[in-house]
Design a binder for this molecule. Structure first.
Ligand SMILES: Nc1ncnc2c1ncn2[C@@H]1O[C@H](COP(=O)(O)OP(=O)(O)O)[C@@H](O)[C@H]1O
Ligand SMILES: [Mg+2]
Length: 142
């Protein structure tokens, strides 16, 4: 059983690099040997957390903690913050501008998907200071 933490820097609006952090995390999860469904849930959450920092959060840090009974993901940014978290959690709600939507983002399903894929979600946000999203996926190393 290993306990292991790693963090990745996520750059703002860099769509060439976007998705790399969550893809690295997926590889780590496979290496550690979690169950496929757990890897799938955690990878979706990590990807959506990463993209939200790319698109909305001015970039940030994506951290993963691999424990024997849980995968913990934390996305921490110093972006503009989320004024109304309940509203942001609603399916289809997005403030993504037209140029981002043209690239296929901004469906407003990221946060609802993160919630669906995780066993615990905590969002802390302060206007003008930033946002921290922390999630836990119950998991077991094989
Ligand atoms: N890290 C963040 N910083 C600031 N705002 C955010 C962040 N993450 C999400 N939001 C806000 O919550 C909304 C909904 O997020 P999400 O469900 O992922 O949809 P989408 O990313 O497609 O807009 C975003 O449009 C944005 O207004
Ligand atoms: Mg999103």
């Amino acid at each position: 059983m290993s306990k292991f933490e790693q963090e990745f820097t996520v750059a703002s609006l860099d769509f060439a690099a976007a998705g790399q952090a969550s893809s690295q995390i997926k590889k780590l999860l496979q290496l550690v040997g979690y169950q496929p469904l757990e890897i799938r849930r955690a990878s979706i959450a990590a990807y959506e957390m990463e993209m939200n920092m790319v698109i909305h959060g001015n970039g940030g840090i994506l951290r993963v903690n691999l424990g024997p009974a849980a995968i913990e993901l934390t996305a921490q940014d110093k972006g503009p913050g989320i004024p109304d978290i309940d509203l942001a959690m609603q399916e289809g709600y997005s403030t993504a501008p037209p140029n981002i939507r043209e690239m296929g983002f901004g469906a407003g399903m990221g946060l609802p998907n993160i919630k669906r894929c995780t066993d615990f979600i905590e969002i802390k946000s302060e206007i003008g200071k930033g946002t921290t999203v922390r999630v836990v996926i119950n998991a077991s190393q094989q």
